[in-house]
Ligand binder design. Sequence first.
Ligand code: UD1
Ligand code: CA
Length: 456
Amino acid sequence: MYNCAIILAAGKGKRMKSSIPKVLHRVCGTEMVNIVIDVVKKAQIEDIDVVIGRGAEQVKEATKSRNVKYSFQNKQLGTGHAVLCASDFLKDKEGTAVIFTGDSPLIEEDVIEDMLNFHNKGRYKATILTSIVKDPNGYGRIIREKNGEVLKIIEHKDCSLEELKVNEINSGMYCFDIKELVESLNKLHNNNVQGEYYLTDVIEILKNKGERIGALPVSFEEIMGVNSRVQLSEAEKVMRNRINNVHMENGITLIDPNTTYIGLDVRIGKDTIIYPGNVIQGNTVIGENCILYPNSRIKDSVIENNVTIQSSVILESKVGENVTVGPFAYIRPESVIGNSVRIGDFVEIKKSIIGDKTKVSHLTYIGDAEVGNECNFGCGTVVVNYDGKVKNKTLIGDNSFIGCNTNLVSPVKVNNNTYIAAGSTITDEVPEGSLAIARAKQVNKKGWVYKKGLRK
Ligand code: UD1
Ligand code: CA
């Protein structure tokens, strides 16, 4: 049986009070429309059309990695009109079209599969995913006949007092027989409170034709729509719980899941322990047996096994095994930290390679450098990588001992097995096996303080 999907994402989302389209607001780090696309694909539906309109270029750009098709709705005349705009996509197709909205990101693939099975088994021409809730405010209501069969959907704003009491709501997610859908769309009118062409009216049109309509109630969590920032935060909470539960089931300890923020695509190895206040984003992979003490942000990075991180920021970088980072370290993009390295407090690493077993323990900046194995950086070392015009490279060989408060003025090379005296400003290459001293000699003026009468 052929299935395709249409995702409605042309609306502005007035209630978000935002300059970006609603469907591009993120839940656990991913744009809502992309979350919906990914779930639809997980349910084995590959042929996907996204209806765009408001902010069309932005939505197209944000979804381009997903390989979907697009239809344009130039004027937002309602959800029915939006599907009508996908007529070209539906043309000559036979089978089932599944419709979702880009602002309901909590739907899961097994529920989509259940809906499709229910639709096929019941031989319905349309199936509505619904939910029975305490507070139906704002949602379309499912109106059933005495015998339980679905009669129609009425929008909240069009409900009579009696209809307002109905607590079965429309999720905005449906299965339709494609032929019946296309035929019914052409019969829609906008004779309602909002003056819109409602997709929901297709149900009554089919019913009046004598067709069978199915309605499958599911948990409200699956279908929650996001129309405001408050609802966005509620969706985030549900999604966060789901993500964190999966990690805990996989053998990761989260000391407080309510304050642990892990993106949808993050992978974590078992026996890793995560303390509160960690934000782990993007395509980050964290190994086994790591400890993330409170308050780090890690984005698009690979952290290998047995790493300890505390109150630090790591962006687009790789950190090897048995490394300790922080507290208060900043590892900036394109850095590669080797195995058994120590990156200590108030250390900034930018676009640099740090060799195995090297220690950069305190108050140091390393930028645009390649550092060998088993080096030791004294407190307060600065790689002077910028001359005001261009960034220059610094090369440091294995077993280099860089004394405290050294400046390494780039471009410069420090060879293997070298020592640099504390307080040096290194501007020339340091040959292998040498000690470099580059600082003014100390002069002691004996008795100077007493002669000046400054102390008795
Ligand atoms: C819609 C349903 C309502 C259901 C609710 C579930 C209709 C008429 N109402 O109401 O029964 O309970 O969803 O969340 O369908 N969109 C377009 N073009 C348009 C209008 C909307 O693409 O012209 C898109 C929006 O971008 C959004 C989705 O359709 O992603 C839903 O639109 P929205 O205005 O939020 O509909 P609701 O009022 O929530
Ligand atoms: Ca909505």
